[in-house]
Design a binder for this molecule. Structure first.
Ligand code: FES
Length: 283
């Protein structure tokens, strides 16, 4: 029987809205607004997902928010999310720490098209908090490095203190098989790297027509990066954008995430550029 209204609608069916408990193994405030959580299912069962998929994360008494997974599914002992404290639910979650519980539904959405990426060059262009959902792909490529050709990451933030995942960045700065380039808009006195728009990083590397590109970041960045990639000759089918905005239910029921005939939660959150080129609202 349905728990909500007592009707027989749910009989014999799994309740897709029922969350499962997870334990917080680690919680670290990584920037002024973002907190990085490492989680494990409370019953210690494995949690399987594809890079780029999302979770609905909830805290009783406060509500639920959609969040992209921020770790590689190859690392099965735990999984990561990063919460930006910008509202009632996210601020409440960010008060939690190691040993506390959260609740999740999912994973949902399509994730990245790994088949189309394997055997090819991959370029990830991440702006600000866009590094969080793309980290699941970045770590996956690092874990299965032999399956991909050149791997390049462009990472742009407002300023140096907005950078996240410092250990990852330190590793990538030194890794011989990763081309990592970073930029900030507003440097501090210690910043030695590039200053300026993320699109300026294209001058530092070669993007060939067999590259598969992934873009995730603020909407304004999408347009400029897409334009650059089109100019470099990348086919629209080989450019992916990760859109996580406006989701609510995560399972195609509420219509909140709908852009024309596309549902971000079930058709996305990863779309080919060719799929959204005509959806003005998408970016
Ligand atoms: S979030 Fe409800 S339909 Fe997509």
């Amino acid at each position: 029987m349905c728990d909500n209204c007592g009707c027989s609608e749910m009989e014999g069916r799994e309740n897709i809205f029922l969350p499962k408990e997870v334990k917080i193994l680690r919680a670290e405030q990584v920037t002024e607004h973002e907190k990085h959580f490492t989680l494990r299912m409370a019953d210690e069962s494995p949690f399987n997902f594809t890079p780029g998929q999302i979770l609905e994360v909830s805290m009783f008494g406060f509500g639920e928010i959609p969040i992209g997974l921020a770790s590689s599914p190859v690392r099965t002992a735990s999984f990561d999310i990063v919460i930006r404290g910008v509202g009632r639910v996210s601020n409440a979650i960010n008060q939690l720490g190691k040993g506390d519980s959260l609740f999740i539904r999912g994973p949902y959405g399509n994730g990245f098209d790994l088949e189309n990426m394997r055997g090819n060059n991959v370029l990830v262009v991440a702006g600000g908090i866009g590094l969080c959902p793309t980290r699941s792909l970045i770590q996956y490529i690092i874990d299965r490095r032999e399956e991909f050709k050149n791997f390049t990451l462009f990472y742009g933030t407002k300023d140096p203190k907005s950078q996240m995942f410092h250990d990852d960045l330190a590793y990538m700065r030194k890794a011989a098989d990763i081309q990592y380039f970073e930029t900030v808009d507003r440097p501090d006195d210690n910043w030695q790297g590039h200053v300026g728009l993320i699109t300026e990083l294209f001058k530092r590397t070669e993007v060939t027509a067999d590259t598969r590109a992934v873009i995730c970041g603020p909407p304004i960045m999408f347009k400029f990066v897409m334009r650059e990639l089109h100019t470099l000759g990348l086919a629209a089918d080989n450019i992916y954008v990760d859109l996580e905005r406006r989701m609510k239910c995560g399972v195609g029921k509420c219509g909140h995430c709908q852009i024309n005939d596309q549902y971000v939660c079930t058709d996305g959150p990863v779309f080919k550029s060719s799929e959204i080129d005509n959806l003005e609202e998408a970016l």
